[in-house]
Ligand binder design. Structure first.
Ligand code: NAD
Length: 483
């Protein structure tokens, strides 16, 4: 049985109170590890270690912090195969996806922010009679809280800019998927990152996570997770006047016009619905198709969903297991709700029990449902699994109204060859990101985040560096010039 421990002050350690949690392998449903279950005392130790490391770390020239991040990227890359196997085992996702997406992006995240910090600059405003310039200084010790769907990808997406900007970090990964966070801590040690600069405290959200948000030594929190948790976190942080970035849930529309590149639209819509078992906040879970194309698109989409293989994540299947037993139950219950609401299940709709070692794993068949109105639970609530609804629309205005008709606003996708329509619809959509004729293409320089219930604040590129720094204005009078 593996053990994942905290990483505080440059060394692994157990919880002060000795508490642990079981960690399960989603593909088999069996426990394979234990993880330290942190409490306020562990968060406090981590915050103190981070505070002690902060003066030296923040005083380093940006180029030296960048070198450290690049060394961490190298250390991950050297063990990429091991990282991918661990991520796959911990989350249930196909090992090839873990290697090609999660681990590859974790390396790129470190390298990207290493480069970005050396290009980061601040404004100056001249005269008359004054020179104003803006200092961009690190906050001190910041907290990073991440979910289970893309564990290392999202962990590094926050930690890399925080460290690059000169902060020290206390990070709390999801208690469901602690493996690669621990391996990342090891990689930081191997790469020679000074002790205390990065600290990892494992454990449950309401315990370790809550203590992190409440800790007086933590000045800013970057959080990715569900909207309900984000709302709670905001309520905790508000009276403490902490800076907050919230990347929350989505119920993303995918609008397909009749003039689209059909093959590409179908293939990418299937990918957008089911990649990572539908457990990506960016997944397109509501597909709206112009009526003239609807029957042909539906048939091709359903055929695409049925062609996906589901099974052992180590065996080259398209879909692996959902990440927890509780989440499996939630997704199956959502499919039942869809049936109760009058939806027709065109594909999937049930649990899958692969033969062999994965028979008790948490697998769900790619599920396609049609015949549901916008205002039902299935189309309003985030399911976060391999479940997608299809519906026809008649006009551009109707498509936009359907797309915007939930409380979420993370991303949207539009398929059309009409350039004017692409611009018009993109502007009309309430979403932090609109992809036109593509899905999940990420240029890390772009702002990333949602509107409405999908979040507050932006990550990515300079936005992340802005979040992790405090701007201060210095105003100097220039004698001899009139003000
Ligand atoms: P979650 O909200 O349950 O947990 C996220 C993290 O918050 C975990 O580390 C958890 O331990 C911690 N947490 C829970 N309660 C807490 C509390 N009271 N105080 C502090 N921390 C607490 O989310 P999840 O189920 O792990 O992840 C799935 C959700 O994440 C989905 O809603 C998905 O859309 C969202 N997500 C959003 C993005 C994005 O970029 N917008 C990316 C990935 C996932």
């Amino acid at each position: 049985m593996l053990t994942f421990r905290h990483f505080i002050g440059g060394a692994p350690c157990d919880s002060v109170d000795g508490a642990t949690l079981p960690v399960y392998e989603p593909a088999t449903g069996a426990q394979y590890a234990i993880v330290a279950d942190g409490s306020q005392a562990d968060i406090d130790a981590a915050a103190r270690a981070a505070a002690a490391a902060f003066p030296a770390w923040s005083a380093l020239p940006a180029a030296e912090r960048a070198s450290h991040l690049n060394a961490v990227a190298d250390a991950i890359e050297r063990r990429a195969v091991e990282f991918a196997a661990a991520e796959s085992r911990d989350t249930g996702k196909p090992v090839a996806l873990a290697r090609g997406m999660d681990i590859a992006r974790a390396v790129v995240n470190c390298r990207f922010f290493a480069a970005a910090i050396t290009q980061f600059s601040s404004e100056s405003h001249t005269g008359p009679g004054t020179l104003n310039y803006t200092l961009r200084e690190p906050h001190g010790v910041v907290g990073c809280i991440t979910p289970w769907n893309l564990p290392l990808l999202l962990f590094t997406w926050k930690i890399a800019p925080a460290l690059a900007a000169g902060n020290c970090v206390v990070a709390k990964p999801s208690e469901l998927t602690p493996a690669t966070a621990s391996m990342f801590a090891d990689a930081c040690a191997e790469a020679g990152l000074p002790a205390g600069v990065l600290n990892v405290v494992h454990g449950q959200g309401p315990r370790a996570g809550q203590a992190l948000v409440e800790h007086p030594g933590i000045t800013a929190i970057s959080f990715t997770g569900g909207t309900a948790t984000g709302t709670r976190l905001a309520a905790t942080a508000a009276p403490l006047l902490k800076k907050l970035s919230l990347e929350l849930g989505g119920k993303n529309p995918n609008i397909v016009f009749a003039d689209c590149d059909f093959e590409r639209a179908v293939a990418d819509s299937v990918r957008a619905a089911f990649l990572n078992q539908g457990q990506i906040c960016l997944c397109g879970s509501r597909v709206y198709v112009e009526r003239a194309l609807y029957p042909r698109f539906r048939d091709a989409f359903v055929a695409g969903a049925k062609a996906l293989t589901v099974g052992d994540p180590a065996d080259g299947n398209d879909l692996g297991a959902l990440t927890s037993g509780a989440h499996l139950d939630k997704v199956l219950a959502a499919i039942e709700t869809a049936r109760t609401e009058g939806g027709t299940v065109l594909a999937g709709g049930e649990r899958v029990r692969p033969a062999g070692r994965c028979a008790d794993g948490w697998f769900v068949a790619p599920t396609v449902i049609e015949g549901l109105p916008l205002d039902c639970r299935t189309n309003q609530e985030e399911i976060f699994g391999p479940v997608v609804t299809l519906a026809p629309f008649d006009t551009e205005a109707e498509a936009v109204a359907l797309a915007n008709g939930t409380r979420y606003g993370l991303v949207a996708t539009v398929w059309t060859r009409d350039l004017d329509r692409a611009h018009r619809v993109s502007r009309a959509l309430s979403a932090g990101i609109v992809w036109v004729n593509c899905w999940m293409v990420r240029d890390l320089r772009t702002p990333f985040g949602g509107v409405k219930a999908s979040g507050v604040g932006r990550e990515g590129g300079l936005e992340a560096l802005r979040f992790f720094t405090e701007p201060r204005n210095i105003c100097i009078r220039i004698a001899g010039e009139s003000e």
